[in-house]
Design a binder for this molecule. Sequence first.
Ligand SMILES: C[S@@+](CC[C@H](N)C(=O)[O-])C[C@H]1O[C@@H](n2cnc3c(N)ncnc32)[C@H](O)[C@@H]1O
Length: 309
Amino acid sequence: MDRLGAKLTTVMNFPERGPYGDSSYRGNCSGYVQKALFEHYEPKKVIDPFCGSNTTGDVCLELRIDHLCLDLNPRYGGFDILSDEIPESCDFVFSHDAYHDIINYSGAVWAGDPHPNDLSRCETYGEFIQKINIAHAKMYNALRKGGHLAILTGDIKRKGQFYSIIKDMDFYGKIQQHIIKLQHNCFSDNIKYNNPKLIPIVHEHLLIFRKDDHYIIRGKITKTIDIDSRTRTKLSWFTVVLNAMEKLGGKASLKQLYNEIEGHAKTQTNKHWREKIRQVVQTYKDFQNIDRGIYRLVQLGKNSATVVA
Ligand SMILES: C[S@@+](CC[C@H](N)C(=O)[O-])C[C@H]1O[C@@H](n2cnc3c(N)ncnc32)[C@H](O)[C@@H]1O
């Protein structure tokens, strides 16, 4: 079906990896991914700085595209994206990143000691994001104007925590496309997880950026912040009371609610804030009066008009 696979659309689905690279190299990708990209973008010169088992190189040979494939693996030059410079320029970089430490490469997939700059051996997720940003910036800088940087990466779910690499990493260049690539033949497919609520990850992300200017780099820098809603005025009184009620354990007197909410930014701009709190607990279905001046939060699902007894 053209919409899912054969032609380049926003969803890639290649169950077969094709005669490219080495299927036993962990974390390898189907060469049909690069083939679809190269047939669409028609690059004159491709660089793959994380070439792994040389999948990109094999596709380039077939399509007769000039290419340079490098990797920290000594088999492909022992090139270290963090400390070395990309030695040539090109109009297409294909970057299939390590997914943090999901698969360790140095000292595991390929022989030798663990390499300190191996991106799959960062101590923390934060360190990985910081280093992958350096790597992507270098790749972008190796592009000629009008060239493309394609980044293939995934999401991580570990110990109940979801890590969205594409959300956490910086963007360099003008984003042109976000393609979902369905995953096949994963190592994790054979692992039996104990958690029945775990939603298996079955796709990866392919982001494509274009270099539009010689000097100016269009960038998007991600930062994580904790917003204290008590310092904000642009939220409803309902939310203010809901948050306070939950903080107080789901049951509170009006006096307790006043004490909890006093000092909230919204109380600074409305001198009738106590009346507002009273109005909220008396009018919203989420709150129930259980005694004189005492309210509780209604349990979800117990008081809905849509629940048929
Ligand atoms: C996901 S794999 C690429 C797989 C490849 N697309 C294939 O089909 O075989 C990521 C690669 O990044 C390499 N790598 C990790 N850190 C690196 C670094 N600092 N510089 C260059 N390559 C690195 C690893 O050795 C690994 O081969």
